[in-house]
Design a protein around this ligand. Structure first.
Ligand code: BGC
Length: 837
């Protein structure tokens, strides 16, 4: 094994000193520091001068600790939108902005970036990741790490490692061969460590890397041998929440901090394990030293936190980033939307026009102070236009939240009764508001009963529903509509079923206004580190026009307006942590809506509001199609900025958009007998598409922007002594407006002799080598120099456990996407380090 040292400050002496400091503490004090004090805080230690360190999610903003009533946070574009900028500076700025938010919320460690790979488009947390390519992921992820840490706030890079899908996420074994692990899934973590990341999160899943099969919270080979010793990680390894299930195994494996706390498998049990000789005390000292180093870096030990230097306007950053990351999938050269006269009338249609989906579901959720809707954005951009908004059919399965304030008697919205295990009343109160949760309930509370008298005054069929988790009895006017006696635990948080809990709809027909009595008796969910809570989403669907009627209304509006904007996409029922999707289709009847709107107005602009790929069967018909991601809190403004041409939509797809579900290289990640086999090897995402010759709807790297480009010339590639390659490319903006181009270079390997090692022969057909962006005025040309790091040419030699550079001449193909290649050059690799060729 070749030890590879981490560039940057050498902290080994500092860690030694901190270990010595740790050694002086009683064992019990040391071990206490290694489990959280609460959901988001570690323990402090007065004698050490250590204050608690505060952690918080990540990665679409900084949520805070939920300790402040009504706490709000800036909601950024989701990571796939940042990935789509292909812009290291934007990612760095985002990291710095996270740091500011962290300080505003009293947070020291942000649980971001997430550098897992978008291995399958159905992956539930696809939107939380940057790309399906390891190099793009690494470049964007490390820029976020630097941005955060430049401002003195720690990044916690997650989830280490091969946590690329959600089905059975707390238990599956990802079986990944060592080469694939190194070249694809570990690569962004390696880069983050090289960039100096201060903490890393150990994932829920297990990994079988052909050396060891263990949960990542206890994987000695990958955590201690590879991450800490070989890659030189000097920070703290933090468990994913409630992910640690063992004592000695996880402690010896290299985990440093169990979160959340109190409780979990360490505390007293770890003290005993050390006393019994199962865990060397030196392991404990090392963990404490790493936590102290983390604390020192964020200003929780010895010295106060570094002053912030970022003073940018965060709302402006969110707006600009979302607009910049917007991908123009199709653009109408003859009638570009940004060049049309200001519209006098606008039809804004589609379910996501009415309710944009600005973030995905799960732990990354933050509560923004406001969300700018598409209607607000368009109205601000074109104040004189007449704006008609039509939903065109609801794409959600679940009914909307019950408007308790409007439908209950004043000050009587919800009667809440706490009962103990014997049924005795512990507390009774009336709440004016209900946000779906009661948290932090005392242990003595066994059941909570919610009661409401709901006024139904529109004639017709109403649907009432209480969405909740197992452990409930729901009654409507005394009739039991749902009953499940099983008490739920932390699993409903880990599988995210608590986020959009299902219920049994009760249909109530109304002729004359009346009140119905809804009762929900809920067994308290005992959710370990997440506390005791109850969950009830009160839902109500009023008698309303049918989807057919709504689509007809939207089509009529489209036919009558100067400008039609149709916004379709996913929603919180579709894209979330906790589960993988089972279909890539847009939910509901949105495809039909788009087709019919295009019939009425062929110039309609289609805006796709989704984080992960969805099938767009009408793509070739539509003249203008924009992919706006989960754009964050300024959604409406960023969409309007792009439509009006105020900002160049410079986004490029960080993944491949399939045309047909049957073509997808990894269509699902359902474990078989508990194992997810990474049989696709190094041929991940677009690499597999190129290899199979299948044609996607839009390739990796695609994005047209609002102008046009010619690729004029590529100079000869040069090599630095380190083995990096550099090429200079001349591009010309051939359009009539200023633009921004992302020049991409893809590599193709030389043929390897039959006797060469497998890794030399089984290489991707083509892979990303480098990229760089450039702003160019209309009609002007620019030279862009791209670096292709040596590592992009290398393969992992599994037998020798080291990187190997297969010799020969590599083709460097330059272009606008992996399929739109315009220029060609070549470079000779240095001699093979194995000397086998
Ligand atoms: C998620 C992590 C997150 C943690 C804390 C876990 O369920 O997997 O990404 O940081 O919860 O919210």
């Amino acid at each position: 094994m070749t030890p590879q040292s981490r560039p940057g400050a050498d902290t080994s002496q500092e860690l030694d000193d901190l270990r010595t400091r740790a050694q002086r503490l009683p064992l019990r004090d040391k071990v206490r520091l290694l489990t959280g004090q609460s959901m988001w805080r570690t323990h402090g230690h007065d004698a050490l001068g250590l204050r608690p360190v505060v952690l918080s999610d990540g990665p679409v903003g900084v949520r805070g600790t939920s300790e402040v009533e009504g706490e709000t946070s800036v909601l950024f574009p989701s990571p796939s939108a940042i990935g789509a900028t292909w812009d290291r500076d934007v990612a760095h700025e985002t990291g710095r902005a996270f740091a500011r938010e962290a300080r505003d919320h009293g947070v020291d460690v942000v649980l971001a970036p997430q550098v897992n790979i978008q291995r399958t488009p159905v992956g539930g947390r696809h939107f939380e990741c940057y790309a399906e390519d390891p190099y793009l992921t690494a470049e964007i992820g490390t820029a976020v790490v630097r941005g955060l840490q430049d401002e003195g706030v720690a990044a916690c890079v997650k989830h280490y490692v091969a946590n690329d899908s959600e089905t059975d996420r707390t238990s599956y074994v990802a079986h990944v061969d060592p080469r694939t692990l190194r070249e694809v899934y570990l690569a962004p973590f390696e880069a983050a460590v090289a960039a100096g990341a201060w903490s890393v999160m150990a994932a829920y899943n297990q990994v079988d890397d052909d050396t060891e099969t263990a949960p990542m919270t206890a994987h000695r080979h990958l955590v201690t041998d590879v991450l800490k010793h070989e890659l030189g990680f000097d920070g703290a390894v933090v468990s994913d929440w409630v992910a640690t299930h063992t004592t000695a195994e996880s402690a010896n494996g290299g985990l440093d901090l169990v979160m959340p706390g109190p409780g979990g498998p360490w505390e007293d049990r770890l003290v005993r394990a050390v006393e019994d000789g199962l865990v060397p005390e030196a392991e404990i000292d090392d963990k404490v030293a790493r936590l102290l180093l983390l604390a020192r870096r964020v200003g929780a030990l010895d010295e106060p936190a570094r002053p912030l230097t970022d003073e940018g306007d965060l709302r402006e950053l969110v707006r600009r980033t979302a607009a910049r990351g917007t991908v123009v999938l199709r653009s109408d050269a003859a009638n570009p939307v940004w060049d049309r006269p200001a519209p006098r009338s606008i039809a804004l249609v589609g379910p996501n026009a009415v309710r944009p989906h600005v973030l995905g579901g799960g732990s990354s959720t933050v509560a923004p102070a406001h969300v700018v809707t598409p209607a607000e954005g368009l109205a601000a951009r074109w104040p004189d236009a007449v704006l008609t908004v039509a939903r065109g059919g609801d794409a959600r399965r679940l009914a909307p939240r019950l408007d308790l304030a409007a439908r209950s008697l004043p000050d009587q919205a919800l009667q809440v009764t706490w009962l103990d295990a014997e049924g005795a009343t512990l507390r009774k109160e009336v709440l004016a508001h209900w946000d779906g949760f009661l948290r932090d309930l005392p242990d003595a509370v066994d059941t909570v009963v919610l009661e409401a008298d709901v006024l139904l005054d529109e004639p017709g069929d109403h649907t009432l529903e209480v969405g909740t988790v197992p452990g409930h009895m729901i009654e409507v006017d005394g009739v039991v509509v749902a009953h499940d006696p099983r008490r739920s635990g932390v699993e409903v948080i880990l599988d995210s079923s608590i986020n959009n809990p299902v219920g049994v709809p009760a249909l109530v027909h109304v002729d004359a206004p009346r009140r119905v009595h809804v009762t929900a008796s809920l067994l308290v969910t005992r959710a370990q580190g997440y506390g005791n809570l109850v969950r009830a989403e009160l839902r109500h669907r009023v008698p309303a026009p049918s989807v057919d009627e709504e689509i007809a209304e939207a089509v009529a509006a489209a036919g009558a307006a100067d400008l039609t904007v149709v916004v379709v996409g996913t929603n919180e029922e579709v894209e979330s942590e906790g589960w993988d999707r089972t279909s890539l289709a847009l939910p509901g009847r949105q495809d039909e809506l788009v087709e019919r709107v295009l019939d009425a107005d062929p110039d309609a602009v289609v805006v796709v509001n989704a984080g992960a790929p969805v099938l767009l069967p009408w793509l070739d018909r539509a003249r203008t199609v924009l992919w706006v991601w989960f754009p964050g809190q300024e959604a409406g403004h960023s969409i309007a900025d792009v439509l009006a041409g105020a900002v160049e939509p410079a986004g490029r797809l960080p993944w491949t958009l399939p045309a047909d579900e049957a073509d997808v290289p990894v269509p699902h990640a359902v474990p078989v007998d508990g194992v997810v086999e990474y049989t696709d090897g190094v041929h991940v995402g677009h690499r597999a598409w190129v290899r199979s010759g299948r044609v996607p709807a839009a390739p990796f790297g695609h994005g047209l922007g609002w102008t046009t480009w010619s690729y004029d010339e590529v100079g000869p590639a040069s090599r630095t002594p380190d083995g990096d390659a550099a090429v200079t490319v001349r591009v010309t903006n051939t359009g009539s407006r200023d633009g921004r181009e992302t020049v991409q270079v893809y590599l193709e390997a030389p043929d390897a002799p039959a006797a060469a090692p497998v890794a030399h022969r089984d290489r991707p057909a083509r892979w990303l080598g480098g990229f760089a962006s450039v702003d160019v005025a209309a009609g002007e040309s620019a030279d862009v120099t791209l670096t292709v790091p040596r590592r992009r040419f290398e393969v992992w030699d599994t037998d020798g456990e080291r990187w190997d550079l297969p010799a020969g001449t590599y083709r460097l193909r330059v272009g606008r996407s992996i399929d739109d290649l315009r220029l060609d050059t070549a470079v000779r690799a240095l001699e093979s380090t194995t000397g086998r060729e």
